[in-house]
Design a protein around this ligand. Structure first.
Ligand code: ADP
Ligand code: RBF
Ligand code: MG
Length: 184
């Protein structure tokens, strides 16, 4: 079983400083392990300190919040919309890992996002915007892949429960045009 840790993180009153942290980029190919080895696909973004200065000093670990994806109109998970309307970005809750994946001993820092949605198709090369609202835990090494997967599943539950609170809904967390912009 997973070691006991809080099932909900962050104050009930809503995200606290320095959150929300923002990041954006195009989904790139990662290490090819997420879906194949773990059964947990992660959309990787480039770690670019020029466009995302805060990431240089961000602590490695697991974060949660929302992702806004500019899915093409033809993507099966795009919202139904009228032919004339611009294609809206679709928002999903997410958990993400920023760090070196100690279980795999990566030498390069990665930023990978697992969206809490079952997709019918991949979305490589799509533009993704992230609103990080809180920190869940440090990254760890594990004795087995199963132990890593169990901990990630627990992270998904923490994110779901934490974001279900009134002050953590997408609407409550978003206050700017950057996030609301429909077309990227
Ligand atoms: P890679 O190593 O190339 O990142 P993964 O096995 O981690 O490969 O799979 C990631 C890809 O799977 C994403 O880029 C995206 O296109 C797709 N994908 C499908 N469902 C999800 C999801 N729920 N969260 C994140 N990515 C997903
Ligand atoms: N990798 C680790 O080595 N240690 C971790 O503690 C860890 N936590 C993760 C938590 C989440 C929510 C996600 C999405 C990934 C995590 N990973 C961790 C990264 C995982 O090893 C990686 O997604 C796969 O190796 C695919 O690149
Ligand atoms: Mg990945």
């Amino acid at each position: 079983m997973t070691a006991s840790r809080p099932a909900i993180v962050g104050p009930d009153a809503g995200p606290e400083t320095p959150y929300p942290l923002r990041m954006e980029g195009r989904v790139i190919a990662g290490f090819g392990r997420g879906s194949k080895e773990l059964g947990i696909p992660t959309a990787n973004l480039p770690v670019d300190t020029a466009s995302t200065p805060w990431i240089a000093d961000a602590r490695s670990g697991v974060y949660f919040g929302y992702a806004s994806l500019a899915l093409p109109a033809s993507h099966p998970d795009q919202l139904p919309s009228s032919a004339s309307a611009p294609t809206p970005a679709v928002v999903f809750p997410m958990v993400m890992s920023i760090g070196y994946n100690p279980f795999y001993k990566n030498t390069v820092r990665s930023a990978e996002v697992h969206l809490l949605h079952r997709f019918k198709a991949d979305f490589y090369d799509c533009h993704m915007r992230l609103l990080l609202l809180g920190f869940i835990r440090e990254e760890k090494d594990y004795k087995s892949i199963d132990a890593l997967v169990d901990d990630i599943k627990f992270d998904c539950d923490v994110a779901r429960k934490s974001l279900a609170r009134e002050a953590w809904t997408e609407k409550a967390s978003v206050d700017d045009a950057w996030w609301l912009e429909a077309r990227l």
